[in-house]
Ligand binder design. Structure first.
Ligand code: 13P
Length: 250
């Protein structure tokens, strides 16, 4: 089975109740524009998940940006996968580099979070990516494939898991790897998925993330083994996000 293309917006710690206007605008773009050959997902902050899930137009899935490994309990300030499902989420991002860096999350925790997401019948978007120092030292593939091996549960399938390659140095910087570099990493991820999961590894969607914008989306989305985008800054405005979705309107 061919991977499903997905254009996903990660709003990070941005968005207030009034931001629902952008969700509505996105719905209008999608219904008025040419059909896009991709799934569309918005991951707002926790505070907006329920409202977005209740109000998103047809064709827009809603997800969250993190979850706890447990279903409930004494974990002040945390949110469980079950709560997110209850709020209407269908995807949860796990292992984003900002979680790995700001909260010290390692591969085994990321894997446990992905399992918690799977346990609720949702899809986990598992993020991997090298820092600039790691790339400069020539360790990109070792780092990325190591994170992938440690963060993906054995029960991962194309139906419950999406992989996102996000070079840390490209996030929010306006810098992107060359298309050749993106293709090299995505092709290495694809090979690792096939080595681990057999032929089924060919069906996983592998997203690229890091300074994706309307002006570079077409080129990046057409790189080998790129099956969509995980978009930060440019997902906050419906017009920009729609301009990225354009890469799948042909
Ligand atoms: P930017 O698109 O703002 O670079 O962020 C990418 C990202 O981290 C998405 O998860």
């Amino acid at each position: 089975m061919k991977p499903t293309a997905l254009v996903a917006g990660n709003w990070k710690m941005n968005g207030l109740a009034a931001s629902q206007a952008e969700l509505e605008a996105l719905g209008t773009y999608l219904s008025d524009g040419a059909p896009a050959d991709c799934d569309v997902l918005i991951c707002p902050p926790f505070t907006l998940v329920a409202a977005f899930a209740a109000n998103a137009a047809d064709g827009i899935a809603v997800g969250a940006q993190d979850c706890h490994t447990n279903t409930s309990g004494a974990h002040t300030g945390d949110i469980s996968a079950e709560m997110l499902k209850d709020a209407g989420a269908t995807y949860v991002i796990v292992g984003h580099s900002e979680r790995r860096a700001d909260h010290g999350e390692g591969d085994s925790l990321v894997k446990a979070k992905a399992e918690a997401v799977h346990g609720q019948g949702m899809k986990a978007i598992v993020c991997v990516g090298e820092t600039e120092a790691e790339r400069d030292a020539g360790n990109t593939l070792d780092i990325v494939l190591g994170q992938l091996a440690g963060s993906l549960p054995d029960a991962a399938t194309a139906a419950n898991t999406v992989v996102a390659y996000e070079p840390v140095w490209a996030i929010g910087t306006g810098r992107t790897p060359t298309v050749e570099d993106v293709a090299e990493v995505h092709t290495a991820i694809r090979s690792a998925l096939v080595a681990r999961f057999g032929e089924a590894g060919n069906s996983f969607s592998i997203l690229y993330g890091g300074s994706v914008k309307p002006s570079n989306a077409d080129e990046l989305m057409n790189a080998a083994n790129v099956n969509g985008a995980l978009v930060g800054g440019a997902s906050l405005k419906a017009s920009d996000f729609n301009g990225i979705i354009d890469a799948y309107r042909k």
